[in-house]
Ligand binder design. Structure first.
Ligand SMILES: [Zn+2]
Ligand SMILES: [Zn+2]
Length: 283
């Protein structure tokens, strides 16, 4: 019987696919810690709000109200459908209100200070360098999006890491409707982003296989270079092809008959477990 690690090696997301999905890759100049991105940045326009797409002051000195829809208005076969959150028409006033616009430009523009997963000093006796699924949750700060929670599960879906960390700058919005993170979750937390990254660089080595759904954005915000990846965006592509992507919620529903992300915000534990189960079904 072939072991799980060997089976996973056959499913690795290729370098070309990693680039098309905006994974941070070591810069060709060879400058240590500098990343290059090659994807389409998923429709990102610099200087605009992630939620409502309006232009705003990204220094956050002047803040203005943000109204937005949680769900996009999709165009299917030429027909513009209403927003699924409230049935509001395309271009209508948002059904959510927040005191400030938010930014995610750092996800594409903050390309310095990356560290690479390291090789193990000696190979493991059973040849298994580890297979893990990872999911993160992030909040909006002055810097942009910052990761404040990471969950990692092993190939048996046991949680091996589940921690919060503090952002590096002022919080603008907890992003709770997506992140599930509220003020009280971070109250007693002392772990820094840097410490969180060191934990992960200890848990993973260069040959560990990491599974995730659009893991490039997690690795970008964590500032980690890692190449042995299986992305569920590639395992379960959109039927009309890229750049369209299926959501984890949709894949979980159709492939596993599981309803996820149904409450307020995502649960990184649930998302990581679902991602692992989606990989296991393809082996
Ligand atoms: Zn809405
Ligand atoms: Zn906005």
């Amino acid at each position: 019987m072939t072991d799980i690690y060997t089976k996973c090696l056959r499913k690795l997301t290729s370098e070309y696919q990693l680039r098309s999905l905006d994974y941070p890759r070591p810069d060709p100049s060879g400058k240590p810690g500098r990343a290059s991105l090659y994807g389409d940045h998923y429709g990102f326009t610099p200087g605009t709000c992630k939620r409502c797409s309006r232009t705003f002051d990204i220094t956050f000195e002047k803040r203005s109200q943000c109204d937005f829809h949680k769900e996009p208005s999709r165009k299917i076969r030429g027909v513009q459908h209403p927003h699924a959150c409230c049935n509001g028409k395309y271009g209508s006033k948002g059904c959510y209100n927040a005191p400030s616009h938010v930014y995610k430009g750092n996800m594409y523009l903050d390309t310095e200070g990356f560290l690479t997963t390291k090789p193990l000093a000696s190979p493991p006796a059973d040849g298994n360098y580890g297979v893990y699924a990872m999911d993160t949750e992030s909040i909006h700060t002055k810097k942009g999006l910052e990761i404040c929670k990471v969950t990692v599960v092993d190939s048996k879906c046991n949680v091996v890491y589940d921690e919060y960390c503090l952002p590096t700058t002022d919080i603008i919005d907890y992003n709770t409707i997506w992140s599930g993170i509220r003020e009280e979750h971070l109250k007693a937390v002392t772990k820094t982003t840097e410490e969180m990254r060191n934990d992960l660089l200890t848990l993973f080595n260069e040959d560990t296989i990491l599974v995730g759904h659009g893991l490039g954005s997690d690795l970008m915000l964590l500032k980690i270079f890692h190449s042995k990846v299986i992305d569920t965006l590639i395992l379960y592509p959109h039927h009309r092809g890229p750049p369209l992507r299926r959501s984890l919620k949709d894949i979980a529903q159709t492939e596993l008959r599981m309803t996820i992300q149904n409450g307020v915000g995502h649960d990184s534990k649930e998302d990581a477990e679902v991602t692992m189960r989606l990989l296991l079904r393809k082996l």
